[in-house]
Design a protein around this ligand. Structure first.
Ligand code: ZN
Length: 395
């Protein structure tokens, strides 16, 4: 290969890498990755000829007003390969198949008994993935990787699940090693809140932002941080465990061993248990939210109280990190203003004002049911080095 064609290959790889990281982009945004406009034009033309990329209509960007005619974007051709996202949670496993154009093709969930253990859970996950692939035009060999999301921290050095997870049978298990062996596909493992943060960054309300925080509410409450355009997981992988920040020193003992953690006051169990006398039959969090929207005063009250507690933790997080936007997602997000208004009020009382308003807190754009699996699939696509596209698709 001569020097000229080596340079052309390198330029093509840079463009494909940028599209994997950020989704469809305009030619002028592609020029900002460090290539001249004329180089971008000729590389895109070559990639269009090769069928690696296609032209797509502009996508909405974070509510910004677009003046003039929106630019045509360039994105990867969806037929080049598939990514799979998996969320392993308490009692369920959800999986989704996306294409490399970041389109969600199919998703489904299965109920699993938490007592069956990690190996059997992953075996059922493999069956679910195969069933879902059967509903698409992709074969197993066209899957470039599987992103697996789990609650709780994944220890960065050892790859083991930490003890502060709600999935007790997984404590001290290396999910990457086990999943690679059982699924027989290239695997990436991450924390559910971190991967949900990637989903909103790539496809949702945080598109194009450099610094933002995502708060994911599930059995526990976790946060994902995007700092300077990259996911920040911390030295040990525990960054963002906002659910274990102390709200009440003398409060209930948390599963982490601490007292009065946010999780003991504002996760789904903590919210619903306040209703055991007034609402017999222990309504689920989804039912509590539905009743609250119908005007049930008790349900509105417990959601507002949860919002105030989350607001305290969010103010502390905001004072440390100074994000541009905070996105709330997961099972509490459908409560909308019933929870978010008291949350904002509580946060505003505690957040540092640098002469400007504190950042907006908004509900995520992606459906809470799929945000984590979409983010897990996006994480695979973002990792060009770990999960190459099939041979011959880029050159
Ligand atoms: Zn805790």
């Amino acid at each position: 290969m001569d020097a000229g064609s080596a340079q052309r290959n390198a330029n093509r790889s840079r463009v494909v890498h940028a599209l994997r990281q950020r989704g469809a982009m305009s030619r002028s945004d592609l020029a900002e990755i460090g290539l001249s406009r004329s180089t971008v034009a000729s590389v895109v033309a070559e990639l269009l000829d090769a069928g690696t990329v296609v032209e797509v209509a502009d996508a909405p960007r974070n509510g910004r007003v677009v003046t003039g005619r929106p630019p045509t974007l360039v994105g990867l051709h969806g037929g080049l390969g598939a990514t799979v996202g998996v969320e392993i949670a308490n009692g369920t496993v959800r999986a989704a198949v996306c294409n490399v154009a970041q389109e969600l093709l199919v998703h489904d969930a299965v109920t699993v008994d938490d007592r069956i253990g990690p190996a059997e859970t992953l075996r059922l996950t493999g069956e679910l993935i195969d069933r879902l692939l059967g509903r698409t035009s992709f074969r197993r060999e066209q899957v470039i990787g599987v992103g697996i999301a789990m609650p709780g921290p994944i220890q960065r050095r050892t790859g083991l699940n930490g003890r502060a997870t709600t999935l007790k049978p997984w404590v001290s298990v290396n999910p990457h090693a086990l999943a690679t062996e059982i699924l027989g596909l290239p695997v990436l493992v991450g924390n559910d809140a971190n991967l949900a943060a990637l989903a909103e960054l790539t496809l949702g309300v945080a598109r194009g932002l450099r610094d933002y925080a995502y708060v994911y509410t599930a059995n526990g409450i976790g946060a994902g941080f995007v700092l300077d355009g990259a996911l920040y997981v911390g030295a040990n992988g525990t960054a963002g465990e906002i659910g274990h920040t102390t709200i009440n020193e003398d409060g209930l003992v948390c599963e982490c061993g601490g007292r009065g953690c946010l999780n003991t006051l504002a996760n789904a169990d903590a919210i619903t248990q306040h209703l055991w006398q007034s609402h017999p039959g222990k309504p689920s969090i989804a039912e509590v939210i539905r009743l609250a929207h119908d005007g049930d005063a008790g349900c509105r009250r417990v959601l507002a109280d949860a919002g105030r507690h989350i607001g305290v933790a969010m103010a502390n997080m905001y004072n440390l990190l100074d994000p541009e936007l905070i996105v709330l997602g997961g099972n509490l997000a459908p409560a909308g203003s019933i929870l978010i208004d008291p949350l904002r009020e509580s946060m505003a009382r505690r957040a540092i004002h640098a002469g400007e308003a504190i950042p907006p807190v908004v509900a995520g754009a992606l459906d809470g049911e799929v945000v984590v699996v979409v983010g897990a699939a996006a994480a695979v696509l973002r990792d060009s080095a770990g999960f190459p596209l099939g041979a011959g698709t880029v050159a």
